[in-house]
Design a protein around this ligand. Sequence first.
Ligand SMILES: *Cc1c(COP(=O)(O)O)cnc(C)c1O
Length: 425
Amino acid sequence: MAPSAITPPHTHAVQQASELTAAAVAKKLAETASSVARKPNGVEPTLAPLDASKLIFTKTTTPMTVPELGSPIIATASQCSDHMVTAVWKATTGWEAPELRPYGNLSLAPTASCLHYATECFEGMKMYRGYDGKLRLFRPDCNAKRMLMSATRISLPGFDPEELEKLMLAIVAVDGPKWLPKSRAGECLYLRPSMIGSAGALGVAAPKEATLFIIATFMPKLEQPKGLRLLASTEGIRAWPGGFGFAKVGANYGPTLMATKTAAERGYHQVLWLLDGQVTEAGASNLLVVWKTREGQLQLVTAPLDDKIILDGVTRRSVLQLAHERLANGSTGLEPIEIVERKYTMEEVADAVKEGRMVEAFACGTAFFVAPVCAIGYRETDLDIPMKRGDSGEYAHAIKTWLIDIMYGREQHGWGVIVEEKEEL
Ligand SMILES: *Cc1c(COP(=O)(O)O)cnc(C)c1O
């Protein structure tokens, strides 16, 4: 796997085929934040790296009111917490000191690169208030590394992912105690690290200035109690080989909204994106199916990352890892299952349903979490997907329970990173 792994300094290599080559990311670091890149020729760096230890904190003087759970503002996904992190990068000097400052509007020139050429990338993650009172992030190192990969793909500057992770922890430490208080155990807030090309210049070129920001918001719960209804898209495609479907860049989402609206009008929750009949992913979540092969082998199947057309979801990665550890050998009471990452087509899914071999299907991602699928609309008919437990299949239920236990501190696990909270600001 080595040729495709990101190897930023001070961090472990990530064994993920969908990431850009180590060479591309190293080159990006050398060009844009050189003192974090390796210096093969010993030349001293001239561009300042992103450095979380330089964080400047300005406390808000107009604190906002935290909405009640169930308040209508939550459904709008617009209520942010009191503070945000910002950091500006300039092509001539590198990264300026990051700031943790009152939440507020950004100021951009109408000629700003992101407004015209979609030089933007983002991450989506959550902070979880544990049943043990602790506040956690789930595998924030994975999000930070993915953001470096996305930034590289969209010609935004590089940074040491460990520094981004420290900035994520900083805003959670400051706003977590008030916005996700101990009385809200089992609840979460959404964290949105983003980067935009903020240079005001209309030339079609890599921006000479970029702004990184991290905000925390309320998000409505997206899981569907009766199961997710997906509409297989037989017209539009989301991503293609040689494109950028593997990167979390804004350019992947705006163009899909038309299809999502059409699906909603027809009574579906999300679009299931196909490429030449192959199943890729569902909306902004990865899809897994459990079926029996014609030979009777029980399998958990999901699309592979090799072609770089789907997003390398942190949830997907975690589901597969847990499945390998806990489901492959049958130690948990469920029938042992073979875990397969391979290309598969909508026709194979339709055949499995028609022949009674489909066991269950579920989408997974930070926003939808683990969402059992009850139906897939395909060629004018609905394929009914079994949900053995009524509200879920058995495998999705087991995996979801394990993940909840890790996220909310019922199981102490390395993936749940505890945040030291700043109670007194
Ligand atoms: C964010 C996203 C996912 C899920 O990724 P997670 O890291 O699990 O949240 C899957 N597909 C797409 C297209 C996405 O944007």
